[in-house]
Design a protein around this ligand. Structure first.
Ligand code: HEM
Length: 387
């Protein structure tokens, strides 16, 4: 994981004091010193290391994903130049320093949990000499019955996923990086989302999607997380593969359901995220329990169908974001895995056929990216692929 330094903007003590006034005046739980210590807010992540920051680092409140398309004339060498420029920018921005030539240097801040994750889309592997270096299992998502995809949120040759504690920092970094890519690439789509990884009591919590569900509980942890996510495939070792699906959620219809129906669709308690078979959020789901001859976790419940027990042990690491804008409301579903063809795609096929949630969810965007490993100091992103 990327190194975390505690060089916060104010330091933990002063930051906590600054938060007290706000909490007292509006009566909200503030991100606590514990939330900060657990990495949910107020962090400075290192841009260097085996992995890029922004994969398994905690999800801060604000994020923007941007896909760019390479200009037709860009070849492997030109892509290398762009990666060097971005890597230098990212190393500065994440450390809280302005990038070279920055016209707004006063906006650079440390201690705001900024991470910039860079990804490579399928067309990169059509460039000169790169086809045979396409990572195993990296492919586009085949059409699913419930998809209603639009170009507005699909595809892309490059990805920038910028996360921070606030949207001002995200907008600042986004503008700089898109500007500096201009000789080689143009913006294709941009989507903004947020996540609240801090619970009612100000402590780190799993977070909720816009259906009100606790979302992220079943994510693998520890060694299982490492096995699910990190690639050991040649130049990509320490990197991963990412699926981004913009999934529209029909909140009006969802709101018409009674709570029991909402819980039945997922197989978990809405208030706590615990399985309907009992326990707390982290209690394993028990698919065998019956009530009146019927499974308590329904056959078409999302938690059952997506579970590794029903997918030959397949897992992935989900790191979604909620969106609500002029286009609608939903989830920017993001899942990391070492092999898209063996992890996301088979699970998605099962869900497309049987998932209860299909009644209220529709994928409207789809994109896939290879996420290169982290860079070393003095090096650049995707160096192992491009040099
Ligand atoms: C679990 C919501 C789409 C894969 C869950 C859970 C919720 C949820 C509330 C239970 C808590 C948890 O374990 O995180 C949603 C919503 C979706 C959506 C609202 C669409 C808007 C998808 C898609 C996939 C997926 C497209 C993959 C193809 C999973 C997996 C789990 C899960 C693997 C964990 C199962 C386990 O190990 O227990 N989802 N999900 N979800 N979901 Fe989704």
């Amino acid at each position: 994981m990327a190194d975390v330094s505690r060089r916060g903007l104010f330091g933990a003590g002063a930051g906590a004091v600054a938060g007290v006034g706000l909490a007292a005046s509006v009566g909200l739980a503030r991100p606590s010193a514990q939330a900060e210590a657990a990495g949910v807010s107020g962090q400075t992540y290192s841009p260097f290391g085996a992995h890029q920051a922004g994969v398994t680092t905690p999800t801060p409140a604000a994020a923007r994903l941007m896909a760019l398309d390479l200009r037709a004339e860009v070849d492997r060498a030109a892509l290398g130049r762009l990666m060097r420029v971005w890597s230098t920018d990212i190393a500065a921005l994440m450390a809280g320093r302005p990038a070279a030539g920055d016209t707004l240097p006063d906006m650079a801040l440390g201690g705001v949990s900024l991470s910039v994750l860079v990804g490579l889309g399928p067309r990169v592997f059509e460039l000169d000499g790169l086809r045979q270096r396409t990572p195993v299992g990296f492919q586009e998502i085949p059409a699913m019955r419930h998809d209603r995809l639009t170009d507005a949120y699909s595809g892309g040759d490059l990805l920038l996923w910028i996360s921070a504690d606030d949207f001002t920092t995200v907008a600042y970094a986004a503008r700089r990086l898109v500007h500096d890519a201009a000789p080689w690439a143009d913006l294709r789509w941009s989507q903004q989302g947020s996540w609240r990884g801090i619970g009612k009591d100000g402590q780190p919590a799993t977070g909720r999607n816009l259906f009100g569900q606790v979302d992220g509980t079943g994510n693998p942890r520890g060694e299982a997380l490492d096995r699910a996510v990190w690639s050991e495939d040649g130049w990509l070792t320490g990197g991963t593969q990412l699926v981004v699906r913009r999934i529209e959620m029909d909140l009006d219809e969802w709101d018409r359901l009674i709570r029991h129906e909402q819980e039945r669709a997922i197989g978990r308690d809405l208030a706590t995220g615990a399985p309907l078979t009992g326990g707390d959020e982290q209690t394993p789901l028990d698919f065998a329990v019956l009530r009146d001859g019927e499974p308590v976790i329904a056959d078409n419940a999302h938690s059952r169908l997506a579970h590794p027990d029903h997918n030959r042990g397949r897992t992935m690491y989900r790191r979604g974001l909620n969106y609500a804008d002029d286009t609608g409301s939903g989830l920017i579903f993001c899942a990391f895995q070492s092999d898209i063809s063996k992890q996301f795609i088979p699970v998605q096929r099962v869900l497309d056929d049987f998932d209860a949630l299909n009644e209220w969810t529709t994928a409207v965007g789809s994109a896939v990216f290879v996420i290169p490993p982290g860079m070393r100091e003095g090096g650049y992103l995707a160096q192992g692929l491009l040099e």
